[in-house]
Design a protein around this ligand. Sequence first.
Ligand code: ZN
Length: 244
Amino acid sequence: MQDTQPLFIEDSYLTTSEATVVAISDRGGIVLDRTCFYATSGGQPGDTGFFEREDGSRIDIAATITGESKAEIIHVPANDQPVPGVGEKLMLHIDWERRYKLMRMHTACHLLTVICPYGITGASVGENESRVDFDMSEIVDKKDVTGKLMKLVEGNHPVFTQWITEADLESNPELVKSKNVRPPKGSGRVRLVCIGEGSSVDSQPCGGTHVSETKEVGEIHIGKIEKKGRENRRFRIRFGPLPE
Ligand SMILES: [Zn+2]
């Protein structure tokens, strides 16, 4: 299948975009030449939203997923939606309210890995709650972690991306915090997500969407820290203040 230009990689704040249909998969998925819809990857769910046709009618999109490779992006229509023709021009609209929550949550997960400098064994970003699993046996207090998280949020550190070569990454293996997910290889370059002036807070390979300043994360707290085995702790991040 044809690769799609992923516009969200360069601009995570792009909510609409024009695109042309290049294929319809045998299961009815829509493949475009370019898209602002993020496709499920790295623990972050794909975008939902709608496509606007030239006559003003809509095609609702229920999910966005990757195909055989990460470069293949498939937009999955909701039930009973019309099928556009190959070559048809569409205006894409993501559900920005949902995506922005995911961007805030995803950025919060990065901040948590700064406070908990342990290997990451799993992560899942959600609209209302995210979780990060760490390879750790230390006991930490959720009030203490919440306080440190909010200090990073309130510090309003810039969040930006930087491209490095695979060779650079190989000579700096400590950049990769995930224990079981390695950055995709083969393209020759790796995208780093950096936090703080000159990456002073953090940098790690990531292909997801993030806010551009930590203050945008807003008020968050650690809802729960669960013990998942002797050397595994699951942290749940939620929006809002820590309940009394
Ligand atoms: Zn990320």
